[in-house]
Design a protein around this ligand. Structure first.
Ligand SMILES: *Cc1c(COP(=O)(O)O)cnc(C)c1O
Length: 398
């Protein structure tokens, strides 16, 4: 029963997650099952992790094979899955070098360290100032938290590392004005995830790129959530025709196995020496084998704009609901990274959808967030829309 495990969790686990009352025990493709055997369609995909669906056979096979061969050794030695994955990500991104870690926060932490080192050593810039955006989310370590200007997350954790400045997202003028001779990097999510699915304007990222070129500033794209095929392209920045100096990845990279990556330009890489940064687990054979399989599956899934098509279909269906219900303020998204902003807190909707067998999520209080696996089919989308329509229709009656 759900209840017994929930009781034990409350007794033994730090009470730091406001969880929904289900114990999930199994997953396959679009589906997950709770301990009572109830089936759910997963439209959250572990918050953008299970892009290839649950337990994808190719990822499972790669993990099994690697687990029987070599699970871990140290970065003191060369390992083949790590080299293969680095080559793959460098080729896909158009950048030059890869570094592996274990999470999104760690990837951003690394990116910030690399940018600061490059700025001080190569550009001769002191001060290490980093500019990030309001409504950004870059992680929960102290430095990435300093780049995440959400009072609720920062409260009680001061002092935070210094040198962070914030400007509104999609506001090139504000960004321009905040740049100083100490600015070494700008970090931005091409599509803000936790901040409510805010898509960068068509010309914004190009403008940011030009500013960075002009002022010798490192441009970091945090693609921890919007990368790995989520928006229908391997990297969200491909929609904008710009390339960052550094891109950070995690979430969907490992097909469910924890792994993060920092992919960077040669020039920045050259500012780093042996021993300047490192990690015990980062890029270990098990994680890299899972990631390599996951990336190969994603390459197939996004072919022929298939994910973009499914995303457009989904967005149109949500827009139809918006015509019907006045309390829907906006539907927005790119590929299968989709948000629906309501006039009220969406947590009750999330609970009602859970009862109906759908995992969705609400972010920034009022934005219903949909991040289904890229294997989602129109039938799944239709059934979610029907359920949502039903839930919405009961709200209006109140
Ligand atoms: C989730 C997320 C992070 C943090 O990743 P963790 O693996 O939880 O540390 C950073 N940036 C973005 C854009 C994210 O969505």
């Amino acid at each position: 029963m759900n209840e017994n495990w929930i009781e034990l969790e409350k007794k033994y686990h730090l009470q730091i997650y406001g969880r929904l009352p289900v114990v999930l025990v199994e997953g396959r493709g679009m589906e997950v099952y709770d301990i009572n055997g109830k089936k759910y369609y997963d439209f959250l995909a572990g918050i953008g992790v299970n892009n290839v669906g649950h337990c994808h056979p190719k990822v499972v096979e790669a993990i099994k094979k690697q687990a029987e061969t070599l699970i871990h050794t140290s970065n003191i030695y060369y390992t083949i899955p790590q080299i293969k994955l680095a080559k793959k990500l460098v080729e896909l991104s158009g950048l030059d070098k890869a570094f592996f870690c274990n999470s999104g926060a760690e990837a951003n932490e690394g990116a910030i360290k690399f940018a600061r080192k490059y700025a001080s050593k190569v550009l001769g810039k002191d001060g290490g100032e980093i500019i990030s955006m309001y409504n950004a989310f870059h992680g929960r370590t102290l430095t990435t938290l300093a780049a995440t200007p959400k009072p609720k997350y920062q409260e009680g954790f001061h002092p935070l590392p210094q040198g962070f400045k914030y400007v509104p997202f999609n506001d090139l003028e504000a960004l321009k004005e905040s740049i100083s001779n100490k600015t070494c990097a700008i970090i931005v999510e091409p599509v803000q995830g936790e901040g409510g699915i805010n898509v960068a304007d068509k010309d914004y990222l190009k403008g940011v790129r030009d500013l960075c070129d002009d002022k010798n500033i490192v441009l970091i794209f945090d693609e921890v959530q919007c990368g790995m095929g989520r928006t229908g392209k391997m990297f969200a920045y491909e929609h904008y025709g710009v390339k960052p100096d550094i891109v950070t990845l995690a979430k969907a990279l490992g097909g469910g196995v924890p792994i993060g990556a920092v992919i960077l330009k040669e020039e920045i890489g050259k500012a780093l020496n042996y021993g300047d940064h490192g990690t015990t687990f980062g890029g270990n054979p098990l994680a890299c084998s899972a990631a390599l399989a996951s990336v190969e599956v994603i390459e197939e899934l996004i072919k022929d704009n298939k994910v973009i098509e499914k995303g457009d279909y989904f967005i149109q269906k949500l827009k139809n609901l918006k015509e019907k219900y006045d309390f829907i303020k906006e539907v927005r998204g790119l590929g299968l990274m989709i948000g629906t902003e309501l006039e009220f807190n969406g947590s009750e909707i999330v609970k009602k959808m859970l009862e109906r067998g759908f995992l969705i999520n609400c972010t920034s209080d009022v934005v219903l967030r949909f991040l289904p696996p890229l294997i989602v089919e129109k039938e799944h989308i239709d059934s979610l829309i029907d359920a949502l329509d039903d839930v919405f229709s009961k709200i209006e009656q109140k």
